[in-house]
Design a protein around this ligand. Structure first.
Ligand code: URP
Ligand code: ZN
Ligand code: ZN
Length: 459
């Protein structure tokens, strides 16, 4: 089975050139300047379009229980929506609840995904209890391709780990080659602020943000990096939102430490002002860490441009306003935390990043595909366009304008945080390991077409 993508502009993290790409079965076979005479079963004309490596979103929560409900997208709807947006691989999170083994958690999440995903998928493991046995299990998981672990410094009693357990987990990854991903917010400080706010009768959604100060994120980011420094291992800070937290990452990197971090489109394009929307609408934006001041966003863009931030992921964790976000009407602390974003990442970042002149086209590819692939053990199989790589390819139209709306997007959630926003730049045709999953504006892939990604350890 051969597919030829001809006349496009091929863009990777370092290159941009006119060329044709020949795909044989699941892999890129050949790249050249005039392959048009080669016989192919399918020919895609990419004239006027970019030919990009498929997007890699290393932070999604599909079918995830949270706050008495579960995220609205499962592995079928979430991965189809991802594909529409030009993402061809995700790394989701399995959760070990207290008293459970990591193996049980892994099996549970593998079952959720099996036979449902439209694109390839891997897992990080969230550890909420660290025993001697769990430490041994971390090694076993790394061997099975689950090579990263998320730890929480917030949500006491649910996800939060104490510093001793965090330090032990960091030390373990020094031996097994895994990577620790940190949710860096000072949970105990936040819990005090939340209780004080509720006692004062402050129950509206905006108090979610007002009780999670940027300094609580900065302090935890600093502590996480210090713990990793003492354990002599790399660390990856997830969903960084505050410029004050970025300062901690930048300072560490300037000292030569292997500190890495991601941010998400919501922290680049939405702000605290959204919590001031009328009625209960601020609940749409309740996520942790919260949205920050718009004036500070330029610091995040600086971090992205100068590599103090290495990845843009989504933290896609959608909850409908009806029946889900509503659980927190009258008590902001009961609003399920999270928002949709798996489908809109590539267009938002292209439009607001590349077109707005904040990052280059190559950097766009690096932040949304190459760098996540490298950090999370998928490169060079994923994250670039090169002979031998998986043919995960997006034919991206840089001139097509779309209007973001819950009515037309494919995520299974009853609102969109960017409702009505126009963005220019959108995925046209999307291939997952050589097979079309999106073509002509429709999903043409297969439920269950995605494969589990056994990821490598750190190089
Ligand atoms: O609010 C968020 N971010 N929800 C998802 C869980 C997490 O902490 O990533
Ligand atoms: Zn988190
Ligand atoms: Zn998350």
């Amino acid at each position: 089975m051969r597919t030829l993508i001809k006349n496009g502009t091929i863009v990777t993290a370092i290159d941009q050139y006119s060329g044709d790409v020949l795909i044989e079965d699941e892999k890129i076979a050949l790249i050249g300047s005039s392959l048009a005479d080669i016989h192919a079963d399918t020919v895609i004309d990419a004239a006027g379009k970019y030919v990009l490596p498929g997007g890699i979103d290393v932070h999604t929560h599909l079918d995830m229980p949270f706050g008495g409900t579960r995220s609205a997208d499962d592995f079928e709807s979430g991965t189809i929506a991802a594909a529409f947006g030009g993402t061809t691989s995700i790394v989701d999170f399995a959760i070990q609840y207290r008293g459970q083994t990591l193996h049980h958690a892994w099996e549970t999440w593998m079952k959720k995904a099996e036979g449902k995903t439209a694109i390839d998928y891997g897992f990080h493991m969230i550890i909420t209890e660290l025993t001697d046995q769990v430490e041994c299990e971390m090694d076993a998981l790394v061997r099975q391709g689950v090579t990263s672990f998320k730890l929480f410094m917030a949500y006491r009693g649910i996800f939060m780990l104490d510093d001793g357990s965090i330090f032990r987990a960091l030390l373990r990854t020094g031996q097994n080659g895994g990577t620790i991903c940190m949710h860096a917010e000072n949970g105990d400080v936040i819990d005090v602020l939340v209780q004080r706010a509720l006692k004062a009768g402050h129950t509206a959604p905006k108090y979610h943000a007002l009780t999670r100060p940027a300094r609580a994120e900065a302090e935890a980011t600093h502590r996480a990096i210090a713990l990793a420094e003492m354990a002599e291992v790399p660390i990856y800070i997830v969903h960084l939102s505050a410029a004050e937290a970025l300062e901690m990452v930048t300072e560490a990197r300037d000292r030569g430490l292997p500190a890495y971090a991601e941010t998400c489109p919501q922290y680049l394009f939405l702000s605290y002002d959204n919590y001031e929307e009328p009625g209960f609408d601020g609940a749409k934006y309740v996520m942790s860490p919260p949205l920050r001041d718009q004036a500070k966003q330029k610091e995040l863009w600086r971090g992205l441009a100068f590599n103090d931030l290495q990845c843009i992921s989504t933290d896609h964790c959608p909850f409908c306003m009806k029946e889900q976000k509503e659980l927190g009407r009258g008590d902001f602390s009961k609003i399920p935390n999270g928002a949709p974003g798996i489908e809109t990442r590539m267009s938002l970042v292209y439009d607001g990043g590349v077109r707005a002149g904040r990052i280059s086209l190559n950097r766009f590819v690096e932040l949304t595909s190459t760098s996540p692939a490298k950090i999370f053990g998928l490169f060079p199989r994923k994250g670039t366009i090169a002979p031998g790589a998986d043919a995960d390819i997006v034919v991206f139209d840089p001139n097509r304008t779309i209007t973001l709306s819950a009515k037309t997007l494919h995520m299974k959630v009853d609102y969109n945080p960017y409702e009505g926003r126009q963005v220019t730049g959108a995925a046209d045709t999307v291939l997952s390991r050589g097979r079309a999953v999106i073509a002509g504006g429709a999903f043409v892939g297969r439920k269950g077409g995605g494969s589990f990604l056994k990821r490598s350890t750190r190089a």
